[in-house]
Write a protein that binds this ligand. Sequence first.
Ligand code: AMP
Length: 278
Amino acid sequence: MPEVFRALQPLREWLRPHRIGTVALVPTMGHLHRGHLDLVRAVRAQASAVVASIYVNPTQFGPNEDLEQYPRTLEADLELLDEVGCDCAFVPSDSVMYPQPPLTRVEVPELAGDYCARQRPQHFGGVCQAVARLFNMVQPDVAAFGEKDYQQLQIVRRMTADLAFPVRIVSVPTAREPDGLAMSSRNRYLSAAERELAPQLYRVLHESAKLLQEGGEQVQVLAQARERLEQLGFAVEYIELAQQESLQSATRDTHKLVLLTAAQLGETRLIDNIQFEV
Ligand code: AMP
Protein backbone atom coordinates (compact mmCIF):
# COMPACT_ATOMS: atom_id res chain seq x y z
CA MET A 1 0.00 0.00 0.00
CA PRO A 2 1.20 3.55 -0.57
CA GLU A 3 2.64 5.44 2.38
CA VAL A 4 0.08 7.94 3.64
CA PHE A 5 1.21 11.37 4.82
CA ARG A 6 -1.15 13.84 6.39
CA ALA A 7 1.50 16.36 7.42
CA LEU A 8 4.07 18.07 5.24
CA GLN A 9 7.31 17.53 7.16
CA PRO A 10 7.21 13.71 7.20
CA LEU A 11 6.36 13.74 3.49
CA ARG A 12 9.35 15.95 2.75
CA GLU A 13 11.65 13.72 4.81
CA TRP A 14 10.37 10.64 3.04
CA LEU A 15 10.90 12.34 -0.32
CA ARG A 16 14.46 13.49 0.37
CA PRO A 17 16.29 10.33 -0.81
CA HIS A 18 14.03 10.15 -3.88
CA ARG A 19 15.07 13.60 -5.05
CA ILE A 20 18.17 12.15 -6.62
CA GLY A 21 15.73 10.89 -9.25
CA THR A 22 12.44 12.33 -10.46
CA VAL A 23 9.60 13.13 -8.08
CA ALA A 24 6.16 13.09 -9.72
CA LEU A 25 2.97 14.61 -8.35
CA VAL A 26 -0.58 13.69 -9.31
CA PRO A 27 -2.99 16.18 -7.72
CA THR A 28 -6.52 14.82 -7.17
CA MET A 29 -9.62 15.37 -5.10
CA GLY A 30 -10.01 11.63 -4.48
CA HIS A 31 -12.83 9.20 -5.31
CA LEU A 32 -10.36 7.88 -7.81
CA HIS A 33 -11.21 6.19 -11.09
CA ARG A 34 -9.28 4.96 -14.11
CA GLY A 35 -8.72 8.54 -15.33
CA HIS A 36 -6.76 9.35 -12.19
CA LEU A 37 -4.89 6.05 -12.41
CA ASP A 38 -3.90 6.87 -16.00
CA LEU A 39 -2.20 9.99 -14.62
CA VAL A 40 -0.18 7.84 -12.21
CA ARG A 41 0.68 5.40 -14.99
CA ALA A 42 1.79 8.27 -17.25
CA VAL A 43 4.50 9.34 -14.81
CA ARG A 44 5.26 6.04 -13.05
CA ALA A 45 8.01 4.85 -15.40
CA GLN A 46 9.98 8.11 -15.33
CA ALA A 47 9.71 8.72 -11.58
CA SER A 48 11.63 7.50 -8.59
CA ALA A 49 8.65 8.44 -6.45
CA VAL A 50 5.03 9.15 -7.38
CA VAL A 51 3.01 11.20 -4.90
CA ALA A 52 -0.76 11.38 -5.38
CA SER A 53 -2.33 14.18 -3.41
CA ILE A 54 -5.91 13.75 -2.29
CA TYR A 55 -7.51 16.97 -1.17
CA VAL A 56 -11.00 18.32 -1.76
CA ASN A 57 -9.98 21.92 -2.17
CA PRO A 58 -12.67 24.23 -0.77
CA THR A 59 -11.32 27.34 -2.49
CA GLN A 60 -12.27 26.01 -5.93
CA PHE A 61 -15.92 25.38 -5.02
CA GLY A 62 -18.53 28.09 -5.36
CA PRO A 63 -21.04 28.82 -2.58
CA ASN A 64 -23.80 26.61 -4.02
CA GLU A 65 -21.62 23.80 -5.28
CA ASP A 66 -21.09 20.24 -4.06
CA LEU A 67 -18.21 20.71 -1.59
CA GLU A 68 -20.06 18.98 1.26
CA GLN A 69 -21.39 16.07 -0.76
CA TYR A 70 -18.20 15.54 -2.80
CA PRO A 71 -17.40 11.82 -2.37
CA ARG A 72 -14.59 10.99 0.06
CA THR A 73 -13.43 7.37 -0.27
CA LEU A 74 -9.88 7.24 1.05
CA GLU A 75 -9.58 3.49 1.70
CA ALA A 76 -10.75 2.55 -1.79
CA ASP A 77 -8.52 5.26 -3.26
CA LEU A 78 -5.44 3.86 -1.53
CA GLU A 79 -6.15 0.39 -2.87
CA LEU A 80 -6.42 1.73 -6.41
CA LEU A 81 -3.21 3.72 -6.02
CA ASP A 82 -1.52 0.56 -4.81
CA GLU A 83 -2.61 -1.30 -7.96
CA VAL A 84 -0.80 1.20 -10.20
CA GLY A 85 2.34 1.40 -8.10
CA CYS A 86 1.84 4.84 -6.58
CA ASP A 87 4.39 5.21 -3.78
CA CYS A 88 2.67 7.62 -1.51
CA ALA A 89 -0.51 9.58 -0.89
CA PHE A 90 -0.42 13.08 0.53
CA VAL A 91 -3.74 13.66 2.27
CA PRO A 92 -3.55 17.06 3.92
CA SER A 93 -6.25 18.34 6.22
CA ASP A 94 -7.51 21.89 5.67
CA SER A 95 -5.13 23.15 8.37
CA VAL A 96 -2.13 21.50 6.72
CA MET A 97 -3.09 22.78 3.31
CA TYR A 98 -4.03 26.28 4.46
CA PRO A 99 -2.49 26.94 7.92
CA GLN A 100 -3.75 30.49 7.59
CA PRO A 101 -6.39 31.90 5.26
CA PRO A 102 -4.45 32.61 2.06
CA LEU A 103 -4.27 36.28 1.19
CA THR A 104 -2.24 35.71 -1.95
CA ARG A 105 -3.96 35.16 -5.27
CA VAL A 106 -2.63 33.17 -8.18
CA GLU A 107 -4.68 33.73 -11.29
CA VAL A 108 -4.40 33.49 -15.05
CA PRO A 109 -7.27 35.78 -16.02
CA GLU A 110 -6.59 35.65 -19.77
CA LEU A 111 -7.38 31.94 -19.74
CA ALA A 112 -9.95 32.01 -16.97
CA GLY A 113 -12.55 34.44 -18.24
CA ASP A 114 -14.56 32.19 -20.52
CA TYR A 115 -16.02 28.70 -20.71
CA CYS A 116 -16.27 27.15 -17.22
CA ALA A 117 -15.27 30.42 -15.54
CA ARG A 118 -18.52 32.11 -16.55
CA GLN A 119 -20.51 29.74 -14.40
CA ARG A 120 -17.75 29.21 -11.82
CA PRO A 121 -16.01 32.60 -11.46
CA GLN A 122 -13.85 31.63 -8.45
CA HIS A 123 -13.02 28.15 -9.61
CA PHE A 124 -9.73 28.57 -11.44
CA GLY A 125 -8.34 31.00 -8.88
CA GLY A 126 -8.94 28.27 -6.30
CA VAL A 127 -7.36 25.64 -8.52
CA CYS A 128 -4.24 27.76 -9.11
CA GLN A 129 -3.93 28.52 -5.44
CA ALA A 130 -4.08 24.83 -4.51
CA VAL A 131 -1.80 23.67 -7.34
CA ALA A 132 0.78 26.39 -6.65
CA ARG A 133 0.78 25.46 -2.98
CA LEU A 134 1.08 21.76 -3.76
CA PHE A 135 3.98 22.46 -6.11
CA ASN A 136 5.79 24.30 -3.35
CA MET A 137 4.87 21.76 -0.69
CA VAL A 138 5.83 18.64 -2.64
CA GLN A 139 8.39 20.22 -4.99
CA PRO A 140 7.86 17.72 -7.78
CA ASP A 141 9.89 17.58 -10.96
CA VAL A 142 6.87 16.42 -12.96
CA ALA A 143 3.12 16.78 -12.43
CA ALA A 144 0.31 15.09 -14.35
CA PHE A 145 -3.04 16.64 -15.29
CA GLY A 146 -5.94 15.27 -17.31
CA GLU A 147 -7.15 16.62 -20.63
CA LYS A 148 -10.70 16.08 -19.42
CA ASP A 149 -10.35 19.38 -17.57
CA TYR A 150 -8.93 21.07 -20.64
CA GLN A 151 -9.23 24.68 -19.49
CA GLN A 152 -7.68 23.77 -16.13
CA LEU A 153 -4.80 22.04 -17.90
CA GLN A 154 -3.98 25.09 -19.99
CA ILE A 155 -4.27 27.41 -16.99
CA VAL A 156 -1.94 25.21 -14.94
CA ARG A 157 0.52 25.02 -17.82
CA ARG A 158 0.58 28.79 -18.16
CA MET A 159 0.81 29.42 -14.42
CA THR A 160 3.73 26.99 -14.22
CA ALA A 161 5.55 28.73 -17.07
CA ASP A 162 4.78 32.28 -15.94
CA LEU A 163 5.91 31.66 -12.36
CA ALA A 164 8.90 29.54 -13.42
CA PHE A 165 7.91 26.56 -11.32
CA PRO A 166 10.58 23.94 -12.10
CA VAL A 167 7.84 21.41 -12.86
CA ARG A 168 7.23 19.65 -16.15
CA ILE A 169 3.53 19.32 -16.87
CA VAL A 170 2.44 16.03 -18.40
CA SER A 171 -1.05 15.93 -19.92
CA VAL A 172 -3.02 12.72 -20.15
CA PRO A 173 -5.91 11.93 -22.53
CA THR A 174 -9.41 11.61 -21.13
CA ALA A 175 -10.31 8.16 -19.82
CA ARG A 176 -13.80 7.15 -20.91
CA GLU A 177 -16.37 4.54 -20.03
CA PRO A 178 -16.96 1.99 -22.82
CA ASP A 179 -19.96 4.06 -23.98
CA GLY A 180 -17.83 7.21 -24.30
CA LEU A 181 -18.78 9.05 -21.12
CA ALA A 182 -15.74 10.84 -19.69
CA MET A 183 -14.91 9.33 -16.32
CA SER A 184 -15.56 11.71 -13.46
CA SER A 185 -15.98 11.45 -9.71
CA ARG A 186 -19.26 13.32 -10.21
CA ASN A 187 -20.77 10.64 -12.47
CA ARG A 188 -21.97 8.89 -9.33
CA TYR A 189 -24.52 11.71 -8.88
CA LEU A 190 -26.30 10.63 -12.10
CA SER A 191 -29.57 8.71 -11.80
CA ALA A 192 -29.88 5.53 -13.88
CA ALA A 193 -31.82 7.37 -16.59
CA GLU A 194 -29.33 10.26 -16.65
CA ARG A 195 -26.42 7.83 -16.79
CA GLU A 196 -27.95 6.32 -19.90
CA LEU A 197 -28.25 9.71 -21.53
CA ALA A 198 -24.88 11.08 -20.43
CA PRO A 199 -22.71 9.53 -23.20
CA GLN A 200 -24.67 11.58 -25.74
CA LEU A 201 -22.60 14.57 -24.67
CA TYR A 202 -19.45 13.06 -26.12
CA ARG A 203 -21.32 11.62 -29.10
CA VAL A 204 -22.56 15.09 -30.06
CA LEU A 205 -19.07 16.56 -29.55
CA HIS A 206 -17.61 13.85 -31.73
CA GLU A 207 -20.14 14.32 -34.52
CA SER A 208 -19.80 18.10 -34.40
CA ALA A 209 -16.01 17.87 -34.62
CA LYS A 210 -16.41 15.65 -37.68
CA LEU A 211 -18.77 18.15 -39.33
CA LEU A 212 -16.33 20.97 -38.65
CA GLN A 213 -13.47 18.95 -40.09
CA GLU A 214 -15.55 18.39 -43.20
CA GLY A 215 -15.91 22.15 -43.60
CA GLY A 216 -19.19 22.71 -41.73
CA GLU A 217 -19.94 26.29 -40.80
CA GLN A 218 -18.95 26.90 -37.17
CA VAL A 219 -21.98 28.91 -36.02
CA GLN A 220 -24.38 26.45 -37.58
CA VAL A 221 -22.65 23.30 -36.30
CA LEU A 222 -22.49 24.67 -32.76
CA ALA A 223 -26.13 25.80 -32.81
CA GLN A 224 -27.23 22.36 -34.03
CA ALA A 225 -25.16 20.64 -31.36
CA ARG A 226 -26.67 22.81 -28.65
CA GLU A 227 -30.17 22.19 -29.93
CA ARG A 228 -29.65 18.45 -30.05
CA LEU A 229 -28.32 18.33 -26.53
CA GLU A 230 -31.18 20.49 -25.25
CA GLN A 231 -33.67 18.18 -26.97
CA LEU A 232 -32.07 15.20 -25.28
CA GLY A 233 -32.52 16.87 -21.89
CA PHE A 234 -29.17 18.57 -21.24
CA ALA A 235 -29.13 22.16 -20.03
CA VAL A 236 -26.18 23.37 -22.07
CA GLU A 237 -23.97 25.91 -20.31
CA TYR A 238 -21.70 26.38 -23.30
CA ILE A 239 -20.48 24.54 -26.37
CA GLU A 240 -17.68 26.46 -28.03
CA LEU A 241 -14.82 26.08 -30.40
CA ALA A 242 -11.42 27.41 -29.33
CA GLN A 243 -7.79 27.32 -30.30
CA GLN A 244 -5.89 24.66 -28.43
CA GLU A 245 -3.62 25.98 -25.66
CA SER A 246 -4.48 29.69 -26.00
CA LEU A 247 -8.23 29.02 -25.68
CA GLN A 248 -8.85 32.06 -27.88
CA SER A 249 -11.81 31.93 -30.25
CA ALA A 250 -11.14 29.84 -33.32
CA THR A 251 -10.49 31.79 -36.50
CA ARG A 252 -10.53 30.62 -40.11
CA ASP A 253 -6.82 29.97 -40.10
CA THR A 254 -6.70 28.09 -36.82
CA HIS A 255 -5.78 24.46 -37.40
CA LYS A 256 -5.49 23.03 -33.91
CA LEU A 257 -8.91 23.23 -32.33
CA VAL A 258 -10.72 22.10 -29.25
CA LEU A 259 -14.46 21.83 -28.92
CA LEU A 260 -15.39 22.43 -25.29
CA THR A 261 -18.66 21.90 -23.50
CA ALA A 262 -20.31 21.96 -20.10
CA ALA A 263 -23.86 20.84 -19.60
CA GLN A 264 -26.10 20.08 -16.71
CA LEU A 265 -27.96 16.78 -16.62
CA GLY A 266 -30.44 16.97 -13.76
CA GLU A 267 -28.35 18.08 -10.80
CA THR A 268 -25.05 16.95 -12.28
CA ARG A 269 -22.70 19.21 -14.19
CA LEU A 270 -20.74 17.38 -16.87
CA ILE A 271 -17.80 18.74 -18.86
CA ASP A 272 -16.09 17.28 -21.88
CA ASN A 273 -14.00 18.29 -24.87
CA ILE A 274 -12.52 16.95 -28.05
CA GLN A 275 -9.32 18.08 -29.72
CA PHE A 276 -8.96 17.91 -33.48
CA GLU A 277 -7.17 19.46 -36.43
CA VAL A 278 -8.53 20.94 -39.64
P1 AMP B 1 -10.13 15.68 -9.84
O1 AMP B 1 -9.95 14.62 -8.80
O2 AMP B 1 -11.44 15.62 -10.54
O3 AMP B 1 -9.75 17.05 -9.36
O4 AMP B 1 -9.08 15.34 -10.98
C1 AMP B 1 -7.72 15.21 -10.69
C2 AMP B 1 -6.95 15.06 -11.97
O5 AMP B 1 -7.44 13.94 -12.69
C3 AMP B 1 -7.10 16.27 -12.90
O6 AMP B 1 -5.87 16.52 -13.52
C4 AMP B 1 -8.13 15.79 -13.88
O7 AMP B 1 -8.05 16.42 -15.14
C5 AMP B 1 -7.78 14.33 -14.00
N1 AMP B 1 -8.92 13.57 -14.49
C6 AMP B 1 -10.17 13.52 -13.97
N2 AMP B 1 -10.97 12.74 -14.73
C7 AMP B 1 -10.20 12.30 -15.76
C8 AMP B 1 -10.44 11.47 -16.89
N3 AMP B 1 -11.63 10.94 -17.13
N4 AMP B 1 -9.42 11.24 -17.74
C9 AMP B 1 -8.19 11.78 -17.53
N5 AMP B 1 -7.91 12.56 -16.47
C10 AMP B 1 -8.89 12.82 -15.60
